[in-house]
Design a binder for this molecule. Structure first.
Ligand SMILES: [Cu+2]
Length: 180
């Protein structure tokens, strides 16, 4: 006897398929655990051929009882890596280096994402290419160090706000200023 999918079942199958697709998205994410820290989905965006800077985003959950701190980062693809904060200041988006690193309060998750905290890969040795992972070593005050891979997504991936980042660095006279 042939199976006939009733409309209800087809719709259910479709929504199930959709749910699976949606559920599959975070599956492309990757996590790392270092002591009490859980590092979630490090990623970046592909850069134009002439770009000298790139960004790195990730989340850091401190599941321990003591505060920690992201003190520095290094990458073989960049001359140096800085920890930056971006925020609106009197209507202008400004970026500054966090010289003391990024505080990770006990029991909290800190997100590095477009428009906020981020890693700044300076003096890129080669453009970041979509699909080519970028190794970055993160150094924490308490937890020690760990190498993670930034998954490089399309230049337009997720939220904007960081799209003119390279331009801001290339043209410091622009509205996107560093507060060093
Ligand atoms: Cu920056």
């Amino acid at each position: 006897m042939p199976r006939i999918a009733r409309p209800g079942r087809a719709a259910a199958a479709l929504s199930l398929a959709f749910a699976l697709v949606v559920a599959a998205l975070p599956a492309s994410a990757h996590d790392y655990t270092l002591g009490d820290l859980k590092i979630g989905h490090p990623w970046s965006r592909a850069t134009p051929p002439s770009a000298k800077v790139g960004a790195g985003y990730l989340s850091i959950a401190n599941r321990g009882g003591a505060p920690d701190r992201l003190v520095s980062a290094v990458s073989s693809v960049a001359g140096r890596v800085e920890i930056h904060e971006m925020k609106m200041d009197a209507g202008v988006m400004r970026m500054r280096e966090l010289a003391q690193g990024l505080a990770l309060p006990a029991g909290e998750t800190v997100a590095l994402r477009p428009g906020g905290y981020h890693l700044m890969l300076m003096d890129l040795r080669a453009p970041l290419r979509e699909g080519t992972p970028v190794p970055v070593t993160l150094v924490f005050e308490r937890a020690g160090r760990i190498e993670v891979e930034l998954k490089v997504e399309a230049p337009t991936a997720r939220q904007s706000g960081h799209g003119d980042h390279g331009a801001g660095h290339a043209a410091p006279a622009g509205p996107h200023k560093h507060g060093h």
